[in-house]
Design a protein around this ligand. Structure first.
Ligand code: 6PG
Length: 470
């Protein structure tokens, strides 16, 4: 009978750091890696710790207390299915597998169904916070079998980040793939916020001609108040760094081609499937895609005349406007993400608690921000809040900033600096609070060319007009 509390498979940095976090919190951990030398090196580098090196999956299973808990920290996709397939023969009914990677939520649903046939319980847990988070406290979003969650709850509660009020940043999210779904939307919001910050940086660079060193204190200052957040904080830090080789600002020597592993794109794809607008997230995904067309962009920059990007107006005012625009645009992006969670909760029967989700995003995760406390309070006050933009606090924040937000977007458009995220955030706000949109004309056009019919404003029913007189 084994004595280890949990097994962790996959000794890349995230896996290693999670193991160290568990061990530091008093849990005995058995580790396994497909390439044994990697796990060996890890265990050797941490002598005296309560970590057991399993050279085979059988050894891992032997080492664990029953019911076993095995956490997978392997690359999302085929590797997860492969490891489950290899591990399953050594597990028994009632054992628990937890997938801590960025798996697609529908893969998680399928794996849970397949494993349930053998009585093995499955949890899909989103883990956010990068390498540091894994080591010192991530935000954890576990979904799946509620009984299985109870078994891992003490471990997750101990290793999770703690919010300022001391609450651990983990909660049972819901059934099926809901944990990975919520992590996916977290990442969609992450893409949105990163794009918004990048747009502000671009205006400071191209519009105001500021150097990274000049921008850093501005972001640093913003990070002290309403924009306090991990992503603004690291931006300020990034902007102060120089390249060791060239002495240039680090950010200037990094090629402007964004990578992506898919979670942001999945958010947009799923939002389209559910019929929920997430324009800021979509804009962020597309901006990354456009950035990857570097060669074409360089050629087009030669081929198409360049307008004047330099701003000649009141510089202090523009910086103030950008600050207001960034805050308002971020709130708009969160509002879209939360509205998507709300819709998914109905669609998939996840029964999500948006207040708790906002609460566990307050620390540990990449999108942690001071205003998540207000967001939690908003969903506490009104658990059925249909949109964050309707919450009295956020509504007031946006209305107060509206003039500056609008002026910033207008200026940026005038300067021909692309700001798809900021524009999309504002258009979402404007569209959402429009009682009437021009969709009546779209309906007329559809009916004109395809007899698709329309409804009327003055009475019930479905109508068609013979638009072309015979
Ligand atoms: C997190 C991050 C993490 C990962 C992103 C990067 O919450 O800790 O989201 O999961 O760094 O998935 O995603 P891209 O490679 O797609 O930017």
């Amino acid at each position: 009978m084994g004595k280890y509390d949990i097994g962790v498979i996959g000794m890349a940095v995230m896996g290693q750091n999670l193991v160290l976090n568990m061990e530091r919190n008093g849990f005995a951990v058995a580790v396994y890696n497909r390439t044994t030398s990697r796990a060996e090196a890890f265990v050797a580098a941490h002598p005296g710790k309560n970590i057991y090196l399993a050279r085979t999956l059988e050894e891992l299973a032997e080492a664990l207390r029953r019911p076993r808990k095995v956490m997978l920290m392997v690359q999302a996709g085929r590797a997860v299915d492969a490891v489950i397939g290899q591990l399953k023969p050594f597990l028994e009914r009632g054992d628990v597998i937890i997938d801590g990677g960025n798996s697609f939520f529908q893969d998680t649903e399928r794996r849970a169904r397949e494993l349930a046939e053998d009585g093995i319980r499955y949890l899909g847990a989103g883990v956010s916070g990068g390498e540091e988070g894994a080591l010192w406290g991530p935000s954890i979003m576990p979904g799946g079998d509620p009984e299985a969650y109870k078994l891992v709850e003490p471990i997750f509660t101990a290793i999770a980040a703690k919010a300022e009020d001391g609450a651990p940043c983990v909660t049972y999210i819901g059934p099926g793939g809901s944990g990975h779904y919520v992590k996916m939307v977290h990442n969609g919001i992450e893409y949105g916020i990163m794009q918004l910050i990048a747009e502000v940086y671009d205006v400071m660079k191209r519009g105001l001609g500021l150097s990274p060193a000049e921008m850093a204190p501005i972001f640093g200052e913003w990070n002290k108040a309403e924009l306090a957040s991990f992503l603004v904080e690291i931006t300020a830090d990034i902007l102060t760094r120089s390249d060791d080789e060239t002495g240039q600002p680090m950010v200037d020597v990094i090629l402007d081609k964004a990578g992506q592993k898919g979670t942001g794109k999945w958010t947009s794809q799923n939002a389209l499937d559910l019929g929920v607008p997430t324009p800021t997230i979509n804009a962020a995904v597309e901006a990354r895609i456009l950035s990857a067309f570097k060669d074409e962009r360089v050629a087009a920059a030669q081929a198409i005349p360049q307008p004047q990007h330099e701003f000649t107006g009141d510089r202090e005012q523009l910086i103030g406007d950008l600050r207001a625009a960034l805050y308002a645009s971020e709130v708009s992006a969160y509002a879209q993400g939360m509205a998507l969670l709300r819709a998914a909760s109905h669609e998939y029967g996840y029964n999500l608690n948006l207040s708790e989700i906002a609460a566990i995003w307050r620390a540990g995760c990449i999108i942690r921000a001071g205003f998540l406390d207000d967001m939690r309070a908003a969903f506490d006050r009104e658990p059925d809040l249909v949109n964050l933009l309707l919450d009295p606090k956020f509504k007031q924040d946006l209305v107060e900033r509206e003039e500056r937000w609008r002026r910033a977007v207008g200026t940026v458009i005038q300067l021909a600096i692309p700001a798809p995220g900021m524009s999309a955030s504002l258009a979402y706000f404007d569209g959402y609070r429009s009682a009437r949109l021009p969709a009546n004309l779209i309906q007329a056009q559809r009916d004109y060319f395809g007899a698709h019919t329309y409804e009327r404003v003055d009475r019930e029913g479905v109508f068609h007009t013979e638009w072309v007189e015979a």
